[in-house]
Design a protein around this ligand. Structure first.
Ligand SMILES: Nc1ncnc2c1ncn2[C@@H]1O[C@H](COP(=O)(O)OP(=O)(O)OP(=O)(O)O)[C@@H](O)[C@H]1O
Ligand SMILES: [Mg+2]
Length: 185
């Protein structure tokens, strides 16, 4: 994969598949320490220790359509190739937490990609999930929590054109604001 955002999509889809109702995504561009940190946390079914121990091995998957699961191994390999690391913690019945760190300036580090578009896709595609997205760079931060928005909408579909446009604008502006300021610094 060529972009961090595409990895996020894949990891978050694992959380959805695990029945999570609450999924948090953190993206932290820590220029000062030259690190990029990504965390995805869910309250899904989790995995037992045996599965967890093998989950970054591409021949382990609970998919029935094919035998190879690549999402986690690829993300791990990408982080490790950039002077970074990958960790996964999981508890059956409680949830899973995936963390990856990259050297920010590493020549092989993928660009972030379309964070706003990815979040919009997840929020619209999985409206029954409570999504929390936190994006920070140096001293700027943007938090998107779809909980209060959905409460306000009282069941109106998120794919309603006006709502969709509102969500898109909110995400794009938030992401852009973090990026605009960080490049000035
Ligand atoms: N957040 C999670 N909660 C519970 N189980 C998970 C979670 N993430 C991954 N898993 C388990 O680990 C397996 C491997 O995940 P991985 O993303 O590497 O591959 P996959 O989703 O099976 O296939 P692919 O991502 O290539 O389409 C999954 O099939 C699933 O059983
Ligand atoms: Mg996957």
């Amino acid at each position: 994969m060529r972009e961090i955002a595409l990895h996020l999509l894949d990891i978050a889809e694992n959380s959805v598949a695990a029945g999570a109702t609450h999924i948090e995504i953190l993206v932290d561009e820590d220029f000062k320490n030259d690190r990029l940190k990504i965390v995805i946390r869910d309250n899904g079914n989790g995995m037992d220790q045996e599965m967890l121990a093998h989950v970054t091995n591409p021949f382990v998957t609970s998919r029935t359509t094919r035998k190879v699961g690549l999402g986690l191994p690829l993300f791990k390999a990408a982080a490790e190739a950039c002077n970074g690391y990958f960790t996964i913690e999981s508890t059956i019945g409680q949830g899973t937490r995936v963390e990856a760190e990259f050297q920010y300036s590493h020549i092989d580090r993928m660009p972030l990609g379309d964070l706003a578009g990815t979040m919009l896709h997840l929020v619209i595609g999985q409206p029954e999930v409570h999504w929390l997205f936190h994006y920070q760079a140096y001293n700027k931060a943007f938090t998107f929590d779809d909980g209060p928005i959905k409460e306000e909408l009282k069941g109106v579909s998120l794919t309603e054109p006006a709502i969709l446009a509102f969500l898109r604008e909110m995400l794009e502006e938030g992401v852009e604001q973090v990026q605009r300021v960080s490049f000035v610094l």
